[in-house]
Structure formats: structure tokens, C-alpha cells
Design a protein around this ligand. Structure first.
Ligand code: FAD
Length: 284
């Protein structure tokens, strides 16, 4: 480390980590896959890095309550991708986690880091939004559990406050749930998605949609939840025209940022196309 580099501490317990993080300028370090790049580019200047990536207390994956999931903040993306519990409860989480970056990234990147980084192109946020997940944030002064939807506030901006750690994420149970995640990458498969679409639906045995949630990544300054999805698909066996209506709503609702993955209008078109395809596969 250079003289100007932040202090590095490795607490053994959550309580010790929260004590360290109470210091102004201290920052949690999960797998470090984003933090290291931000540091190298001079975009962040923490006084202290508090390494929580190996905190066993936050490394649990469990079916809790039955049919639901509790995922600890330091579970790695590889652990999510390889978990049989996650696969049987919410296979879209496995799909998203297993497609992030490359094996080296997935081996160390954590769930907490994947949410706190707040990059709108990331794979996991739309999936967890579609699943109606909540996130529990803990600081030295206590814990709060909030819908994930309220966390993303802008490009790499979240409502996670200084001193707080993502301790766990809960996915509620739903015996009728079907969920799916599609990511579209026209260039390399290892790239961030141009658009990622996640659908989660509660479907009765006769095909009636009891509830529907749809979320997208890569098409705004933050991952977005499309609140109209339930209105368009819910309470019926959706027709092809319902799916096209939803795709049109998405086309109008997104606000993409043009970059090397496409122009604003291309991403808008892809958001609509992949909404249609994703919802169709979820229902099929
Ligand atoms: C080469 C490469 C390719 C990538 N490709 C993709 C991709 O295709 N799709 C995709 O979705 N992502 C991709 N990523 C981004 C990757 O998902 C994130 O870098 C990773 O999820 C961040 O997790 P981390 O544990 O390494 O976080 P860190 O880098 O440790 O931290 C990131 C941020 O989260 C905070 N933080 C970490 N843990 C917690 C916690 N428990 N509570 C509160 N705050 C916390 C840190 O303080 C920091 O602000 C890629 C990254 C790289 C380097």
C-alpha cells in the first residue's frame, strides 16, 4: 500500500465490523471487485476499508421461511449460482448470479456488494426486485428492513447509509411462483447486459396470473420495477396482445443512457423486445 492508501482492517465479527464502520470515511469491502477499480481510478477516497467478505455470520444461504430465501450479505455470487436451495426456490437468482462477469469475479463478489455498488447494468438487482425482496441493513445503532425497490436512488447511488452493512436479503415465499431472468448481450457473453429483464409471477394451476412483477436493468440510471405489470397481466390468462401492451409500456417507461452497448433508441427497443420474450417464457 502507498502512504495515501486507506487503512485496511479485517474484523472477526459483525459487531467488530460495525464498530469499525462507525468511523467517518470507513467503507465496507466485500469481494473488492468494484472497490478496487474505483480506488484505482481515484473515484473514492475511503479513510479505512473494513473487509467483511469472510464474515461467517453473513455467509448463510437458507430456506427461511419455508419456500422463501434468506441470503446473507457476504454470500458470493458463485455460492448463489451453485446453491440447490436457491435453484429450487428462485432459479432466476441462479441464472443472474452465474452470468456475472467471469469466474474470478463470481468467486469473490458478494451479494451485499452487488446491491450496494448501485450500477444500473448489474444482473442481480432486477431479479431481486422482481422477486419482491427486502434488504436488511445493520449499523452500530440498529437494523432496518426495507423493500429493495427503495434502495436504488440513481446512477451508483443507493440509500445504504454510512456505517450500514447489507446483512441479508429476504425473498418471500410463494408456492405458485415462476421466475425467469433474461440478459441480452449483443457483444461478448461476458459483458454487462445491454438489457436484463426479470419476471416473477404467481400463476394458478389453470394459468391465471395471480400477481406479476417485472423489473429491468440497463435501461435507466437505476434498476427499475415496472409497476404496471400486475395491472396488465394479473387476474387473467394473459393473451399475446397483453404481452405486447406490456412491452409498449416498458418502451415508453425506460430512460436508457447511450453507451458502447447501444444508443438510447436501440436500448429502448431491446427493453420492449426482451420484456415480451421474458414474460412469454415465464408464462410458457
Ligand atoms: C471484470 C468485471 C466484470 C463484471 N461484470 C459484471 C456483469 O456482467 N454483471 C454484473 O452484474 N456485474 C458485473 N460486475 C460487477 C460486479 O457485480 C460487482 O463488482 C460486484 O458484485 C461487487 O461485489 P463485491 O463484493 O466485490 O463489492 P465490493 O467491490 O467489495 O464493494 C462494492 C460496493 O459495495 C459496498 N459493499 C460491499 N459489501 C457491502 C455490504 N455487505 N453492505 C454494504 N455495502 C457493501 C462497498 O463499500 C462498495 O461501495 C463486473 C465486475 C468486474 C470487475
Amino acid at each position: 500500500l502507498r502512504a495515501a492508501d486507506p487503512e485496511f482492517v479485517r474484523p472477526e465479527t459483525l459487531d467488530e465490523a460495525l464498530e469499525e464502520l462507525a468511523e467517518p470515511g470507513a467503507m465496507p469491502l466485500g469481494g473488492g471487485t468494484s472497490v478496487v477499480m474505483l480506488l484505482k481510478n481515484g473515484l473514492i477516497e475511503p479513510s479505512k476499508l473494513v473487509f467483511i467478505g469472510k464474515l461467517g455470520e453473513l455467509a448463510q444461504v437458507g430456506e427461511s421461511p419455508p419456500g422463501g430465501l434468506r441470503l446473507g450479505g457476504t454470500v458470493t455470487l458463485r455460492e448463489l449460482a451453485e446453491s440447490g436451495t436457491v435453484r429450487s426456490t428462485a432459479p432466476a437468482v441462479v441464472e443472474a448470479a452465474s452470468r456475472v462477469g467471469n469466474p474470478r469475479v463470481r468467486a469473490v463478489a458478494t451479494l451485499g456488494g452487488a446491491l450496494a455498488h448501485g450500477d444500473p447494468r448489474q444482473d442481480l438487482p432486477p431479479v431481486l426486485l422482481a422477486l419482491g425482496a427486502t434488504v436488511t441493513l445493520t449499523s452500530r445503532t440498529g437494523s432496518r428492513t426495507v423493500p429493495l425497490d427503495g434502495i436504488f436512488q440513481g446512477f451508483m447511488e443507493t440509500d445504504i447509509r454510512e456505517g450500514e452493512i447489507v446483512t441479508h436479503v429476504d425473498v418471500p415465499p410463494d408456492p405458485n411462483r415462476r421466475c425467469i431472468y433474461h440478459r441480452f448481450t449483443p457483444a461478448s457473453d461476458h459483458d454487462y447486459p445491454t438489457v436484463g429483464v426479470a419476471a416473477s409471477m404467481s400463476v394458478a394451476s389453470d394459468g391465471t396470473v395471480l400477481a406479476a412483477r417485472l423489473a429491468l436493468g440497463g435501461v435507466a440510471d437505476r434498476p427499475i420495477l415496472v409497476s404496471e405489470a400486475d395491472e396488465v397481466l394479473g387476474g387473467r390468462r394473459p393473451s399475446d396482445s397483453d404481452l405486447k401492451d406490456l412491452a409498449d409500456i416498458v418502451r415508453a417507461a425506460v430512460d436508457p443512457i447511450a453507451d458502447e452497448r447501444g444508443s438510447e433508441s436501440y436500448k429502448r427497443a431491446m427493453a420492449a423486445t426482451w420484456t415480451y420474450r421474458t414474460v412469454k417464457s415465464c408464462l410458457g
